[in-house]
Design a protein around this ligand. Sequence first.
Ligand code: ASP
Length: 313
Amino acid sequence: MGQKGHYSLMVHGGAGALDNVKDQKTAVRYLESIRHILEHGREVLELGGSALQAAETCASLLEDDPVFNAGCGSVLNEYGKVEMDAAIMDGRDLSAGAVAAVQNIANPIQLARYVMTESEHVMLISEGAMRFADHCGIAREPDNYFYTPDRVEQLKQARLKHKIMLDHDDTEEDSEDQKYGTIGAIARDEAGNLAAATSTGGIVNKRMGRVGDSPIIGAGVYADNETCAVSATGYGEDFMRTLIGKTISDYMLMMNLDGRQATAAGIEYLKRKVKGRGGVIVIDREGNCSSGLTTKKMIHGWIEKSGEAIARF
Ligand code: ASP
């Protein structure tokens, strides 16, 4: 197939031990959500929507599902508060928008898109980002929109262990009640345009004001029509130090690797340099889908070159 005429889409819902998916019912619940969201994205693309619209739609739907660590399902920080990060990038012209440490916003990814399209900036944080949300007419949700009993219990456990932890920690010791993390959506439309979106509540019991990789362009999110679209999930600090999204893109641009090779090289780099924990999803300029991870599992799904929707751990 040539470069035009087909579309591809990938989403993820976090990487880690994901021990709670040993229970069949829970596993089905997550896989169904991923497939359902992929089908929504397909509809956007088949109706002529852009990669950017598809990525934003899928990311918003993932934010609206409380089982994922983003939007209404976000994990809690050291003070029991939700602070979320999100970013979106358009591979056509490298335009990007990001928000960090925002509260009471149902869909931070939509606010990030407003930052990209309605402001002259790339990133807004905290109170400034929330005032910008007011300016854009985005409603603030009450605190209880975000608090689920699971998240409160998870914070209690993290405090007892004096730990900051991934939503879906990888160590046996902590794996008991872990659920899934950060969400991401990347797309290639029929015209060959790429886009990426990542959104998160961050890590459990994080310090107030801590910002992870998700809203950092080149770390948790990246898209360039010349190379690929990337969304990452895992320990943000590892991805920030290796700029994993841009690194994978650079492997394609400068070393002429294809998407799969570049993904493998990026994961290798992440392991070698910082023993990084997490995973990435990648769509290259041809529409090839690939993923790489250093954790046991990553919940993710894809539609490759207009094919069927597949969801996996
Ligand atoms: N990458 C996210 C962060 O560090 C966490 C995750 O992916 O679960 O904020």
